[in-house]
Design a protein around this ligand. Structure first.
Ligand code: SF4
Ligand code: SF4
Length: 85
């Protein structure tokens, strides 16, 4: 009997979008990310708040916990194929 080839699904990749001027540097997103996919950036916004940036995005599962916890609605997680549209 002929074997049908198995399709191997590529893991989905995500990008982090940050509205820099909304971020207050509370770092909740970093603290609660279960995959340590975010880190403190060396950058500050115009209000003087320390920003966050992506780190180790390969581990990001797109759980959106960072997005849900951000009190300023400053961070969002977008699947890579959508973010390049
Ligand atoms: S939770 Fe929101 S406001 Fe706080 S550091 Fe992260 S992105 Fe900025
Ligand atoms: S979506 Fe989940 S895993 Fe990805 S950065 Fe946000 S909290 Fe971390």
């Amino acid at each position: 009997m002929e074997k049908t080839p198995k399709t191997v699904k590529k893991p989905r990749r995500y990008q982090i979008h940050l509205l820099k001027e909304r971020c207050k540097g509370c770092l909740f997103c970093i603290e609660f990310c279960p995959k340590q996919s975010l880190k403190e950036s060396t950058e500050f916004n115009r209000k003087g708040y320390h920003l966050v940036c992506a780190d180790n995005l390969d581990a990001c599962t797109g759980c959106k916990l960072c997005e849900m916890l951000c009190p300023e609605f400053a961070i969002s997680v977008v699947p890579e194929e959508e973010s390049t549209r």
